[in-house]
Design a protein around this ligand. Structure first.
Ligand code: HEM
Length: 497
């Protein structure tokens, strides 16, 4: 009897609680369980599917309670831009929420990706932005090293002699080399490339949403003999190995004034800060977090992007032919494509934009946090809420794109075959890299790497299905789940032109 009464009282309290919180934070959203919120209704490895389903029912701004956290999900480009880029909102909604990884792996949010919004973060972000511009896109020395790396890739593919091959290990190795060049000024050897990938893979295992939520709620689990504890310990081991090599060893061999890459540039800045009397100098923890940021944000995003593009092209050979025609017209066959060619190659640019839209391989971006109470689209977002950018739904909304599940690069071209201008509604609706004050720092670097890899490969080789016949579907709804999507493993063939 007592049990029944207790259940009735708890149920009444729960209904009252839901009513009060819904009235106070009145954005629509799925129903919530006490304590757990909507956690049991989520497809944890494919959160973007759940959010997509709910966005169709509840609209562009909805509240999904996860445990005790208010999670607001924004699913349309207009509201995403308003929240993160418009005055009145952008100073409030561009924080990062507290997470397990930020606290325990990134030494209390020391770097850029997980950095709390404020003057220190703004300075760090600027340093990273300028560093990537200097070492990533603009500098001749980096460009020529990157070209050498591409030549190495071309050579190893040619050596295969038109055999079927899996593009994943080749791209993984090559992109680790590029990150190595960026950080240290020279190519990394096999064992260093392994260190980079070991850290990156362990990070992604722990970044997986359900592991992150459990570890954040019950941090003691990191010491327990359970799978998520093991993941954490693996990550800490990989972090130590990575920093021993890329931070401590580099520091030991550092010669002031000499710049072998981004890490030396950071050491130089640190000593300038100190000698110039800047009390807010760049700390060792911040430099370590920088190194981790670049690997975590720069590697898998670009590799998965390239894997998606190659698979999509295997399904759309007519697009390969059009790209090849453009390469022959603009670059010719004598020299390798360079970034200077990009503005004269609208079809290739449109194709890259369309793949980034169609596959949306970072479907939920990186969570934001609210620093103050704010009203958005008539709903109250309370201080401390988490905000998720639902890029997946924004990129597949039929009201914007018409036929979102059709891969069609021409949608980004005008009647004269020119790329639509950046202010065009469709270009404005593309939010692959986020927007506003937390827009991806590596956007230009990522786009330029994708452009160079793709054009160099297509100039030299024709893309072919593997001899035995088929490849997995290029429909992104069938891609492997995770914070970053990727296609099932596949084989392909490149035949020399
Ligand atoms: C195709 C490749 C890439 C995609 C799709 C991508 C996407 C994103 C997205 C969606 C965000 C979150 C934006 C937000 O918070 O609203 C982000 C943040 C970030 N990305 Fe990328 N990214 C890519 C490549 C890169 C590369 C190559 C680097 C650097 C080497 C990089 C560095 C960063 C950093 C540092 C942040 C955090 C910015 C901040 O918190 O202020 N990304 N990226």
């Amino acid at each position: 009897m007592l049990g029944i009464w207790l259940s009735v009282i708890l149920l009444t309290l729960y209904i009252l609680y839901s009513y009060i919180t819904r009235v106070k934070y009145n954005a629509p959203g799925p129903s919530n369980w006490p304590v757990f919120g909507c956690l049991f209704q989520l497809e944890s490895s494919r959160l973007h599917f759940s959010f997509d389903r709910w966005a169709k029912k509840f609209g562009p701004l909805m509240l999904c309670k996860m445990g005790s956290t208010n999670v607001y999900v924004i699913s349309c480009p207009r509201v995403i831009k308003k929240a993160f880029a418009e005055k009145g909102y952008s100073d409030i909604l561009n924080d990062r929420p507290d997470t397990f990884l930020a606290k325990y792996i990134m030494d209390d949010s020391k770097g850029v990706i997980f950095g709390k919004y404020g003057p220190t973060f703004i300075r760090l972000r600027k340093i990273m932005y300028n560093g990537l511009k200097m070492y990533g896109v603009g500098v001749q020395q980096f460009e020529s090293m990157a070209h050498k790396e591409l030549e190495r890739v071309i050579q190893s593919i040619s050596d295969l002699g038109e055999k079927d091959f899996d593009p994943k290990p080749i791209l993984s190795r090559s992109l680790a080399n590029l990150i190595g060049i960026l950080l240290t000024g020279s190519m990394v050897d096999e064992s260093d490339a392994d260190l980079i990938w070991k850290y990156n893979n362990s990070f992604n295992d722990t970044f997986e949403m359900s592991t992150e939520v459990m570890l954040y709620t019950f941090p003691f689990l990191r010491f327990m003999p359970v799978e998520m504890g093991r993941r954490y310990r693996r990550l800490m081991g990989a972090k130590k190995e990575l920093l021993d090599k890329f931070y401590f060893l580099h520091k030991k061999t550092y010669v002031p004034g000499c710049e072998r890459g981004l890490i030396d540039a950071l050491f130089n800045l640190q000593s300038q800060d100190k000698s110039g009397g800047n009390t807010q100098w760049l700390t060792d923890s911040q430099i370590k977090a920088f190194i981790q940021d670049i690997i975590v944000a720069g590697l898998l995003t670009t590799r998965n992007g390239l894997l998606c593009i190659l698979l999509v092209l295997l399904h759309h050979h007519e697009c390969v032919d059009r790209m090849y025609e453009e390469i022959v017209d603009v670059v010719g066959l004598e020299r390798t494509p360079s970034l200077k060619d990009k503005p004269s190659m609208p079809y290739t640019e449109a194709l890259i934009l369309e793949v980034l839209r169609y596959v949306t391989h970072a479907p939920l971006g990186v969570p934001h946090g609210a620093m103050e109470d704010v009203e958005l689209e008539g709903y109250k977002i309370p201080k401390g809420s988490k905000i998720i950018t639902n890029i997946w739904t924004a990129h597949h909304d039929p009201a914007i794109w018409g036929d979102p599940w059709v891969f069609r690069p021409d949608r980004f071209l005008d009647d004269n075959g020119e790329l639509l201008p950046p202010e065009h509604t469709l270009r404005q609706s593309l939010v692959t890299f986020g927007t506003g004050k937390r827009v991806c720092v590596g956007e230009n670097l990522a786009k330029s790497r994708i452009f160079l890899y793709l054009t160099t490969l297509i100039q030299k080789f024709d893309l072919r299905l593997p001899k035995g016949g088929t490849v997995p579907s290029d429909d992104p709804r069938a891609f492997l789940p995770g914070a970053l999507l990727r296609p099932q493993d596949y084989m392909m063939r490149l035949t020399v032109r």
